[in-house]
Design a protein around this ligand. Structure first.
Ligand code: LLP
Length: 386
């Protein structure tokens, strides 16, 4: 089964481009709101880093999600898109002064702080402005996730967060700072996680940490468990909406929330991954000595995931129904890693055929580069073709 695309409308548009199915996005958002609202205190933020296309952000913001930002640029982009600053959380190991000042000026909900030196700088900058900065501490839970090594973040060896054994000392320090208010704990173990036992391991860790803090009479108003829920890259059409019921139920069942405590989520990929496809045109079909190549006009500059993480994206020839042949689908960039897939079977390709590279709504357009002086790809939404 292939995806559904308004191909006739694609003819006039310069390729490559991203196509975002906003009907699917809205359905996905409804599923998130529906499942999260079944649990008291659950608050969902969208991780802007996954896709910051303005039209996409507008749809997400209208659904009422908060924004999880990792840079000043993302804070600016979310405010532009209409996210209320009180629903913005800001994480990152290296926040520069202008970014902290921006967060303070916008009165964002919370800085997710990753070190003591950072805490000190936030305190200083807040004092200069006569403001109180709300902070949560990002704790490195030393919980592994069964995902790609480049996208696991919660291990002791990773650069992220504050070590568990330093947690109390940091909270103690914060409580003595005049311009800091401690409001919670933040965690994130990695991305593209499909095995719920990874999230259960995180819940168990958080339960231990909370018990430990309570021994010291420290109360935590907010727990933020980050994002990480994965999508099915192999079968984008089978169940395009991730199992949010299972995901939220897992947390409800395994995390011991205290009365009145809020549980925050920062989902990126699961929100936008399946609604996006990179649409590219076949330039040439070339018979090599051992292989057949479909050379397309999109490259690793438009979608870097296959080159960077050896990530699999399903590829469909959406212009042809002819019997399948085997191709290496490659881009035009002068790098041998500019390959979208090797030896895949797709419908026979001809010059001019549209190729859809699926499940590219997350970490696609936003990670594009201009290498080889290429134009950045444009993102179109369903409404652009009506
Ligand atoms: N919260 C924090 C603190 C994060 O670091 C991330 C992702 C998220 C939330 C959202 O995670 P998600 O729900 O999307 O898994 N470029 C890579 C993924 C990097 C993820 C970085 N952090 C890729 O293309 O797979």
């Amino acid at each position: 089964m292939k995806g559904n695309f308004p191909i006739d409308k694609f003819q006039q548009i310069r390729t490559p481009f991203y196509y975002y199915d906003t009907d699917l996005l809205r359905e996905t958002l409804r599923a998130i709101n529906n499942e999260a609202s079944k649990h008291e205190g659950f608050v969902v933020h969208y991780a802007i880093k996954a896709n910051a296309n303005r039209k996409v952000l507008n749809v997400i913001c209208q659904a009422g999600l908060g924004a999880d930002c990792v840079s000043g640029g993302e804070i600016e982009r979310s405010i532009e898109a209409g996210f209320p600053s009180q629903k913005i959380v800001y994480a990152g190991v290296g926040k520069s002064d202008w970014e902290i000042n921006l967060g303070l000026d916008c009165n964002i909900f919370c800085f997710n702080v990753e070190s003591i030196p950072e805490l000190e700088v936030i305190n200083e900058l807040a004092e200069k402005k006569g403001k109180i900065a709300q902070v949560a501490f990002r704790i490195n839970p030393n919980v592994g996730a069964h995902t790609h090594a480049n996208i696991t973040t919660g291990l002791a060896e990773n650069k992220f967060g504050i070590a568990m054994q330093d947690m109390e000392e940091v909270i103690e320090k914060a409580s003595k700072m005049k311009n800091i208010k401690f409001v919670g704990l933040h965690f994130h173990i990695g991305s593209q996680i499909l095995d719920m036992t990874d999230f259960i391991a995180l819940c168990n860790r958080i339960n231990d940490l909370q018990n430990q803090l309570e021994l010291h009479h420290i109360k935590v108003e907010n727990i933020n468990v980050g994002g990480g829920l994965g999508i099915d890259y192999n079968h984008p059409n089978r169940k395009p909406i991730p199992d949010f019921k299972d995901y939220f139920d897992t947390y409800a069942q395994h995390l011991n929330l205290r009365p009145g405590q809020k549980l925050h989520f920062e989902l990126g990929r699961a929100v936008v991954g399946q609604m996006g496809s990179l649409i590219t045109k076949t330039l040439y079909v070339k018979q090599g000595t051992a292989k057949q190549f479909a050379i397309v006009d999109a490259g690793m500059t438009d979608l870097i995931r296959p080159a960077l993480y050896q990530a699999y994206h399903k590829i469909e020839n959406i212009s042809s129904e002819e019997p399948c042949e085997t191709y290496d689908v490659v881009g035009p960039i002068c790098e041998s890693s500019d390959v979208f897939a090797k030896a895949i079977d797709i419908n026979k390709c001809h010059r001019g055929d549209f190729i859809a590279i699926r499940s590219a709504g997350a970490y696609g357009e936003i990670m594009a580069s201009q290498y080889n002086c290429r134009k950045l790809p444009t993102g179109y939404i369903t409404e652009d073709f009506k």
